[in-house]
Design a protein around this ligand. Sequence first.
Ligand code: PLP
Length: 394
Amino acid sequence: MTAQSFHPPERTLMGPGPSDVHPRILEALSRPTIGHLDPVFVDMMEEVKGLLQYAFQTENKLTFPVSAPGSAGMEMCFVNLVEPGDKVIVCQNGVFGGRMQENVERCGGTAVMVQDEWGDPVDPAKVEEALKANPDAKALAFVHAETSTGAQSDAAGLCRLARDHGCLSIVDSVTSLGGTPVKIDEWGADAVYSGTQKCLSCIPGISPVTFSERATKAIEARETRVQSWFLDLNLVMGYWGGDGGKKRAYHHTAPINPLYALHEALVILQEEGLEAAWKRHEHMHGALKAGIEAMGLSFFVDEVYRLPQLNSVTIPAGVDEAAVRARLLEQYNLEIGAGLGPMAGKIWRIGLMGHSASATNVLNCLGALDAVLTDMGADIHSGKAVPAAMAELG
Ligand code: PLP
């Protein structure tokens, strides 16, 4: 077989991630590759660290991007903080809390699960009960923005509870960073990981992380060696430079061009400003909501806990949801997401993340969904969605 160059179609990405990558970021990716210890590259790495501190709203020195996707950032937090025999309280209200449990157990720890209904936020009262019942717990782990449902939990309150009970907090901010307020220092969060492919609108495959001084001390006080060589913070920092970046040694070959892309994504975020970015996500969510409701469809998550960047929409009765997604992709080059796990067949997940959170995307998505559902004979109010969203956009 003779393979040809691969040219993907131009899609509009409005699923749970990846989101549309800004053209400036794609251009940055194509700049010349230089050495990963080149002084010019090292200077850029320092800027990336500073820009991530801004995105995370933290002064934490130990803030940098892991050279692997969000799941690796998750593992970095767990493998460095959890030793065999440690107890961790893990909150689950969707898919990703379940992965945290796996991580704790694979580190030889015990996960004490606090379960909430999918679509609900983590219940702080249940967490407090678990903390009281387990005074020997080392950490509390939770997902700030549950991508499988679109529910947001009270990260500030949960981190406070962890501190009040002498626990470290491990926070998943993969879907929240850049889309909804993430304030690491104000929350007093200890180990936090994120992803680049959601509200930062960068390419997938990098995971920003940040560790507080409390977390760093806990890692230094470990009795056992971190079981993952690649994710051992002590070794990784030899390359990323915890001391202002002066001394650097080879650990792994950094993804040079993807880091140019991350740098550009963070420059774009800084130019827009975090608060403006959060407001834009809210505004676009408001327009999408007006259109979805005018069409006669409803949201799965209660309005109070709803994430603007991840909209779970209930599928109308009798509709073949996979066929709708397939037609959106084929006819409109538009990707929306299916439900995950128990939510499969019950919801669509419409992402408004980063560069994808635009008026053009909202109107295109509503127009295309209306056209496909109307053509399939679904029981919706045809023709109402786009005008309702336009009225909201002003
Ligand atoms: N945590 C959450 C909340 C996510 O949404 C995702 C990915 O969608 C991950 C972790 C894992 O990130 P990745 O797919 O980049 O490994």
